[in-house]
Design a protein around this ligand. Structure first.
Ligand code: UTP
Length: 297
């Protein structure tokens, strides 16, 4: 059975990036020469997915504008002899079908995913967080590996995980492997933002999931936190409690996750992508080389 649908939640408030996100979505912030969410959509396309549902919210209309084919802009660039710039718009021709559903209030990731219920129907689907880039040699490799593992293991949920230094695990969700960690492996628990001494492992949940529609029942039964938000990790724990299989797939050494939800990781993401930019990376590398002597850690 093929998996062809991707759900990209982009309805979060982005409060950690204020004031930047006061009137614009964090998912549209540039990393190098592209907005974050464009990397996410390109990753889905590279993995062979065909249909994308954005779970959007207030102040997020620029995301829909970005993925619309802008015929007027194309005409203007062509007529004014600037057709070389059209190259920057090839992402508009990816051949994906885009759909939009609105989460009227950001009530947590699980609530955002629940909005995909009608779109998904009875099919397995991918969830890729719209504020996180997976960088690697082959753009669709991780999702392809996850989809393969999900179908092979008949899992209800397959989660991407990344090894992080144990002292930083409190920033992420962490999984508890059932036995030995291999290419893909089952887990028997997961916890959100554990303290290092209580963490079940240093394997951090990395913003990509493959889910079976059984998740919707679990989301319905998930208890909101004190702010009324539903956590996807809690819904996945309900899957585990029902005896359903949850597997993990580890990022490869050449793959890394950039969550741009806070300034520290956003700055790092921007610099890493900018210095590797084919066109402008060289000048930036020169600039950094000349200023680096003046920088103190
Ligand atoms: P985060 O939890 O990191 O985003 O969501 P946030 O709530 O916007 O962050 P802060 O804490 O206010 O700074 C990860 C992804 O899930 C989406 C976000 O848009 C982001 O892409 N999300 C989160 C939703 O779509 N809806 C939600 O209710 C929460």
């Amino acid at each position: 059975m093929e998996i062809k649908k991707a759900v990209i939640p982009v309805a979060g408030a982005g409060t950690r990036l204020l004031p930047v996100t006061k009137s614009q979505p964090k998912e549209m912030l540039p990393v190098g020469r592209k907005p974050v969410v464009q990397y996410v959509v390109e990753e889905a396309e590279a993995a062979g997915l065909k249909e994308v549902l954005f779970v959007t919210g207030r102040q997020k209309t620029s995301i829909a504008d970005h993925f619309d084919r802008d015929v007027e802009l194309i005409r203007r660039l062509t007529q004014s002899g600037k057709s070389e710039i059209l190259e920057e718009l090839v992402f508009e021709e990816m051949g994906l079908s885009y759909y939009y559903v609105r989460q009227s209030e950001p009530k947590g990731l699980a609530n955002a995913v629940y909005h995909a219920k009608d779109f998904v129907g009875d099919e397995n689907f991918v969830v890729a967080l719209g504020d996180t880039i997976i960088k690697g040699k082959d753009g669709g490799e991780l999702l392809q590996r996850m989809i393969k593992s999900h179908l092979k293991n008949k899992a209800a949920c397959t989660i991407a995980v990344e090894e992080v230094p144990l002292e930083y695990i409190y920033r992420y969700g962490a999984v508890k492997p059932k036995g030995k960690v291999s290419e893909d492996f089952p887990i028997d628990d997961l916890v959100e933002k554990p303290m290092p001494q209580e963490a079940p492992s240093n394997l951090a949940i990395a913003a990509r999931y493959v889910l079976s529609p059984v998740i919707f029942d679990c989301i319905k039964r998930t208890v909101p936190d004190e702010h009324g938000e539903l956590w996807l990790t809690d819904s996945i724990r309900i899957l585990l409690n029902q005896g359903l299989k949850v597997y993990c797939v580890k990022l490869k050494e050449d793959q890394s996750r950039y969550d741009i939800g806070n300034f520290e990781s956003y700055f790092k993401a921007f610099v890493d992508f900018a210095i590797e930019d084919e066109k402008y990376g060289y000048t930036l590398r020169q600039h950094l080389y000349h200023t680096i002597g003046q920088i103190t850690p």
